[in-house]
Design a protein around this ligand. Structure first.
Ligand SMILES: *[C@@H]1O[C@H](CO)[C@@H](O)[C@H](O)[C@H]1NC(C)=O
Ligand SMILES: *[C@@H]1O[C@H](CO)[C@@H](O)[C@H](O)[C@H]1NC(C)=O
Ligand SMILES: *[C@@H]1O[C@H](CO)[C@@H](O)[C@H](O)[C@H]1NC(C)=O
Length: 591
């Protein structure tokens, strides 16, 4: 293992010694700032000086580059280390901060009257959490905190438009939160929307869809307009597979924003659509004050948990409900959650010694609304999950090549395609949406495009450059040719029959597609475990190489938005449906 940062740390230490001590923390430089208040938010009031909140400081992980190099080897099917995932402790040897970083940050906290020994630290020490008042945070970060209001969701948050750190700390600290990440997660709840104009399935249709003996070869024709587990199992050829590794294999569903997965609704769903599973259920893990209130079932949560279970049964499923967006009440000064859902959930998960081998998340943001330093930290944590042997799926978004007016937030208001994050992180498997049968086609809302933050990873460069070359000069300037391109794969994304509060709803969104693919990959993991192999882990390098023929290529449809035609699906990978939809029987032979 290389300690590339030690040289830098030495240089800085000498520099610091050469200066008068009092100057040490006064010499500051901006860490991140926005040109304007992020779109959709408005300034409400100055934050009360004595409002207390939890501040997270993300220290530079001294071995993160080595961790990522190792991840690329262990997920490369041609490499001798393929499938050799790391344990929690092995990962922490890479993600831990250098001791010089810990010392520098502790000295800085001490200087500001914050007792470093009272700070909470993640197992490897790279995340430090302290409780501070707004006044203290403003002094530490050379900024002003305000209360901002999000009209669409009614949410209030305490944030700043920019923050600084002592120059000396820039080489030791990746990110401080909450600062400039406002979080538009709530609006992304629209990644699943109820199709009011679509009539839910009738009793006779249910009979036809679930009681007809399901075979891989026969996809019920009703699946063109109503999707049930029987449809997906037939379409993706999982109907005949019987999982056996239920003692070790698990599938996790991430839930946010007060979305609760209902156990009674799952029973109704099973009685209707998956009778062999009746009487079984999922387990619930509550993170950072999250709840799973049974009187308040959520469309998103029920969709996710009903379809992961509906495909992967009897593989144990876990619903993770992360708190973090309580109403901010400006006149109470008790510490509350900080509305940092990604950091809360990922730090929690990485601190567990056993984690599910597949994880699906149906939430996201426009990439440009997530500060680069914050997005990089979250993306590195997702790489760390991959290193632990977990396959991480995210919905690719429901707005085609971009949502809203597609204007940049850099002050120029240029119209460009707007990629979604975390789908744009190269360490996740992003899932787009299809519809119809014989053949499946892309749905126009299927999120796809090219990151403006993360470069094209080598595992997809051949597939992506073929697409970009084919496009020629079309759409030039609207997308970033050198960015990480997504989605990676796709699955059905509308007409999903979901039970919510006892009623059947028809639901659409890439929110439906990601749990579907997660269910199929949980079965592939079961198969690998049964063959004495390790789980698939970070799966993209395999998907773009050995396993690329295990997908049904989707060759029609497009994802127009931003006043443009968007991208068009075609032969091979495309930024509408990725490599295509999974064929379990083919993939089984390839993994
Ligand atoms: C991937 O394909 C290569 C070349 O065909 C083969 O040598 C290798 O074993 C395959 N890896 C896996 C994990 O199937
Ligand atoms: C998978 O199912 C499709 C029907 O959706 C069928 O045409 C195909 O032959 C199946 N693949 C395999 C490998 O059986
Ligand atoms: C394109 O992506 C790269 C990462 O490969 C990034 O550095 C660059 O700023 C992006 N360009 C634009 C115009 O967004």
């Amino acid at each position: 293992m290389k300690f590339w940062s030690s040289f830098l740390a030495l240089g800085l230490a000498q520099l610091a010694l050469a200066k008068p001590l009092v100057k040490r923390w006064d010499d500051v430089a901006e860490k991140h700032s926005w040109a304007d208040i992020p779109r959709g938010w408005e300034h409400k009031a100055a934050a009360p000086a004595d409002y207390m909140f939890e501040m997270r400081i993300g220290l530079k992980q001294h071995g993160i580059n080595d961790l990522i190099s190792n991840l690329m080897e262990t997920s490369d099917p041609m490499h001798s280390k393929y499938g050799q995932h790391l344990t929690k402790e092995e990962v922490e040897a890479f993600t831990a901060p250098h001791s010089s970083s810990v010392d520098a940050v502790d000295d800085w906290l001490d200087f500001h009257g914050v007792d470093p020994s009272a700070a909470q630290r993640s197992p490897a020490g790279e995340w430090i959490t302290i409780v501070v008042s707004v006044a203290e945070a403003e002094r530490m970060l050379g900024t002003k905190y305000n209360v901002y209001h999000h009209a669409k969701s009614g949410q209030d948050v305490v944030r700043t438009l920019g923050y600084s750190l002592p120059k000396e700390l820039h080489s030791h600290v990746d990110v401080v939160a909450p600062t400039t990440y406002f979080g538009t997660l709530r609006s992304m709840k629209s990644t699943s929307f109820v199709q009011h104009d679509v009539k839910p399935i009738t009793a006779a249709e249910i009979e036809a869809a679930s009681l007809v003996p399901v075979s891989n070869a026969v996809v019920p024709t009703s699946c063109a307009k109503t999707i049930t587990p029987a449809c997906l199992r037939a379409l993706y050829n999982t109907s005949t597979y019987v999982p056996t590794q239920t003692a070790t294999n698990k599938l996790g569903v991430a839930g946010y924003l007060g979305e609760f997965a209902n156990t009674a609704d799952l029973q109704t769903f099973y009685k209707t659509f998956r009778t062999d599973a009746v009487g079984t259920t999922f387990s619930v893990v509550l993170v950072n004050g999250g709840l799973n209130t049974q009187s308040s079932p959520g469309v998103e949560a029920n969709l996710d948990i009903q379809y992961t279970n509906g495909i992967s049964f009897p593989t144990p499923n876990i619903y993770y409900s992360t708190g973090g967006s309580p109403p901010f009440i400006a006149d109470t000064f008790t510490p509350t959650n900080t509305n940092e859902p990604y950091l809360d959930f990922l730090t929690f998960l990485l601190a567990q010694s056993t984690i599910p081998q597949v994880l699906t998340t149906s939430y996201g943001d426009d990439e440009q609304t997530v500060p680069l330093d914050y997005a990089t930290s979250v993306c590195n944590m997702l790489a760390t999950l991959g290193s632990r042997g977990t396959t991480v799926f995210f919905s690719s978004g429901d707005e085609g090549v971009g949502g809203g007016d597609c204007k940049t937030n850099t002050g120029t208001s240029q119209v460009i395609f707007q990629p979604a994050f975390p789908a744009s992180c190269p360490f996740v498997t992003a899932v787009g949406a299809t519809t119809g049968i014989n053949p499946e086609k892309a749905i126009s809302f299927s999120g796809g495009g090219f990151s403006r933050y993360f470069a094209t990873p080598s595992y997809q460069s051949a597939a992506v450059s073929k697409f970009v070359t084919g496009l020629g000069t079309k759409l030039n300037g609207l997308y970033n040719k050198t960015g990480r391109a997504y989605p990676d794969v796709s699955a059905q994304g509308q007409f999903f029959q979901v039970i919510v509060g006892g009623r059947t709803e028809s639901v659409a969104g890439t929110s439906a597609s990601s749990p579907t693919v997660a269910g199929v990959f949980a079965l592939l993991n079961d198969f690998r475990l049964a063959s004495g192999k390790t789980t698939l882990g970070f799966v993209n390098p395999l998907l773009y190489s050995n396993a690329s023929t295990g997908f049904n290529d989707i060759i029609s449809g497009s994802n127009p938005a931003c006043g443009s035609t968007g991208f068009t699906a075609g032969v091979g990978w495309d930024p509408v449906t990725g490599l295509g939809t999974p064929d379990f029987l083919k993939l089984q032979k390839l993994v």
